[in-house]
Each structure stands twice: as C-alpha cells, then as structure tokens.
Design a protein. Structure first.
Length: 134
C-alpha cells in the first residue's frame, strides 16, 4: 500500500478519514491532546516537541464527532485569525475543549512559524504560557 499518513483506525470502511496524528500511541497514553490547525503544525508538535497531537485533514474545519473517543482535555491551537473557528468547536466539545491563544510575532501565523522563526524553546514556552493562562 501507499500509506502517506498515520490515521486513527476507522470503525468501518464507510467512515471517512478525519483525524491525523504522527504518533497515535503518544496521543492515547496522555491525559490531554493538542490540536493545531494544520498538518505541518501537528508534525512540529508531535515529531519535534514530542507532544500528544492530532489534527484534521482539512485545516480549520472540524467536526466535533471526530473527537468523540478522545475523553481528555483537548487544547485547540488555532492559527492567527482562526480563533473564531476554535471557539465554535470548543462550544461543541464541552468540558474537553480549550483554546490556547499563542502570541504570534511578526510574520508568524501558526505553530510551525513560531518554531521556524524562534525555535524549540520559544514554542514550548508559548504553549506552556497559553496553557497556564487558560
């Protein structure tokens, strides 16, 4: 087969693909999960920072039912300007949903930009600071 991404197993062949993670084992063993708004952002979080992370395959468009089996806090990390979409999803997720608003600097619009412009430590600090201020 020509498998490109690690997707959570589907319940049946008629179920569409929804969430992507580079490391489902890491997601499944943690008491929370980070959900950035893009695959590159997810790769930065899961592969570089080693955080439990999953994302949709369609950017900021999420369906709350995709998260039905995730029964831990879900920290949404929207891109700059996509906060409205994140808060809309949080309303549907109930107690599990939380929005982490990162401080984007010049020419930064997402997790990957922070990592590429400011590095590992700065991105880790942004996430920690946003989580502490929730």
């Amino acid at each position: 087969t020509n498998i490109k991404y690690a997707l959570r197993p589907r319940k049946n062949n008629h179920e569409g693909f929804s969430l992507y993670s580079a490391d489902w084992d890491n997601v499944n063993k943690h008491s929370h999960v980070y959900v950035p708004f893009g695959i590159l952002d997810n790769l930065v979080l899961s592969s570089i920072l080693k955080l439990p992370s999953a994302t949709g395959l369609t950017g900021k468009s999420y369906v709350s039912s995709w998260f039905d089996e995730i029964r831990v806090p879900i920290y949404l990390i929207p891109d700059l300007g996509e906060e409205k979409s994140a808060y809309k999803l949080v309303e549907q997720l109930g107690w599990r949903g939380k929005v982490l608003k990162l401080n984007y600097e010049n020419n930064e619009k997402d997790v990957a930009d922070i990592y590429f412009h400011r590095g590992f430590v700065a991105l880790s600090e942004e996430i920690r600071s946003a989580k502490d201020g929730e």
